[in-house]
Design a protein around this ligand. Structure first.
Ligand code: PLP
Length: 453
């Protein structure tokens, strides 16, 4: 593999240590290379620090909230301290509540479950399905993809102005797109929502791993994110923010932990008094390791300093965008244009290549893990590709011939643990594939391109 024609990517700070940096993978062309994980937007590798903190706690693991034993009490303290750490990380206001969930999807479904009767929900078609779909039981207004942050604010203002002012309303918006990496004008959208008596929830799944998020400064009502995208892949997520709607709602799950008092009625039925705090929506045995891991990641990122992390990531983003711009036939997808601030998530199409074929060749011939498809944001990717609603190839499945038009895209994503070499290797590989083609033959299997061995 020759990457000599690729300009070196030299960032000013070292990446944060993550697990898996020495893992090698086989190449179809022979030999092995260290794996270049460039699919952070799906799941980021665990920070070494998170892994160490989890390992240090593991021998002391005990049940939370229930046991009288020492380790149970220690685990309960750890769980509640994790809640406090997350609240601090997110700049929560006094009285805000941190609920531990399984993921961003789970957090937004919890909020959807807690919507007051008659609530109107406003979303853009650009959202990840986790933020687009949970509101099906409410009256949903889906706004077209705006072409600038300003247009987004105006479109929301127009939509909110026409709503029933007596009905409760919620706006759901992403902080950073999982397709283009572009930052959304969250503060301005929050101001617009509040000016029209609506509330706003921020989907920070892609923002929190890359940028500081402050509930207070952004003036959002809730924020949701996932541990596995924040270098803490232990099955936990977070919904943080105002307690009132959650307090009024029936528990998300009914069971132990959510109930304060349960009694039999004379008629043979069962009466229950539910908790009012976060526990109301955390029934069952909590994932204490997941919560501890998220708290550890929050501390690690804060200590590393977001100024440094953001500055370094900007250098990586610039290197990738400039590198891709120099490859003939590569088109980077963007809603807000070249100058929009963005995180390390970049999607592109390559003329004459099926995205699945391209991603398969990056993996099999260069040991690089990226993603191809519609990234659980079908309406957005179709808008960006200029395609209408499409039935065939729904999941970005390649046709019988590996090379063809662009039904979908390739996404490269990276973050605090990405070494410069991964970016250099990726850009070198893109150039070689476009210039010389794949070295191997590929075939379609179960709707995906795989090396024809
Ligand atoms: N929101 C955005 C912007 C995402 O990118 C994702 C996942 O990719 C989600 C929500 C859903 O996250 P999870 O799968 O962890 O629930």
């Amino acid at each position: 593999m020759s990457v000599s024609t690729v300009a070196a990517c030299r960032t000013t700070h070292a990446p944060l240590p993550v697990l898996g940096r020495d893992v090698t993978v086989p190449l179809v062309t022979g030999g092995e290379v260290t794996y270049a994980a460039l699919d952070y937007a799906a799941s980021a590798p665990a920070l070494q620090r998170v892994w160490d903190d989890v390992a240090a706690y593991a021998p002391y693991y005990g049940s939370v909230h229930r046991g009288a034993g020492h380790l149970s009490q220690l685990s309960t303290d750890l769980f509640e301290n994790a809640r406090a750490t997350v609240a601090e990380f997110l700049g929560c206001r006094a009285g805000d509540q941190v609920v531990f969930t399984r993921s961003t999807t789970d957090s937004l479904n919890l909020l959807a479950h807690a919507l007051p009767a008659g609530c109107q929900v406003f979303v853009f078609e650009t959202e990840h399905h986790a933020a687009l779909l949970p509101w099906q039981g409410a009256h949903v207004t889906c706004l077209d993809a705006p072409r600038s942050p300003r247009q987004a604010v105006r479109a929301l203002e127009r939509a909110l102005a026409g709503r029933d002012p007596h009905a409760p309303a919620l706006v759901c918006v992403t902080g950073a797109s999982n397709v283009t990496g572009e930052l959304w004008p969250v503060r301005e959208l929050a101001a617009a929502a509040h000016a029209h008596g609506a509330r706003i929830v921020l989907d920070a799944a892609q923002l929190a791993p890359h940028h500081p998020v402050s509930v207070r400064d952004l003036d959002v009502d809730w924020v949701a994110f996932s541990g596995h995208k924040l270098y803490a892949p232990f099955g936990s997520g977070v919904l943080a923010g105002r307690p009132d709607w959650l307090r009024e709602a029936e528990p998300y799950l009914a069971g132990g932990g959510a109930s304060r008092r349960v009694t039999r009625r004379a008629d043979g039925g069962v009466d229950v008094e539910w908790h009012e705090g976060a526990a109301r929506h955390e029934a069952g045995s909590p994932n204490v390791i997941g919560a501890h891991a998220i708290a550890s990641a929050c501390r690690a990122l804060t200590e590393a300093g977001f100024d440094t992390l953001v500055a370094r990531e900007r250098q990586l983003v610039r290197a990738v965008r400039e590198g891709l711009a120099g490859v003939p036939g590569v088109k980077v997808l963007s809603l807000f244009g070249d100058d929009a601030p963005r995180v390390g998530v970049i999607s592109f199409v390559v003329e004459g290549w099926n995205s699945s074929h391209f991603a398969a060749a990056l993996s099999a011939e260069y040991g690089i893990g990226v993603r191809d498809g519609l990234f659980c944001a079908h309406p957005l990717v179709r808008t960006l590709l200029g395609a209408g609603p499409r039935e065939a190839g729904e999941c970005g499945a390649p046709g019988d011939a590996p090379s063809g038009g662009s039904l979908d895209a390739v996404r490269v994503s990276f973050g605090a643990g990405t070494p410069d070499e991964h970016i250099e290797r990726f850009l070198g590989a893109v150039r070689e594939l476009v210039r010389y083609g794949a070295k191997w033959r590929y075939r379609t299997q179960d709707g995906r391109c795989v090396p024809a061995v």
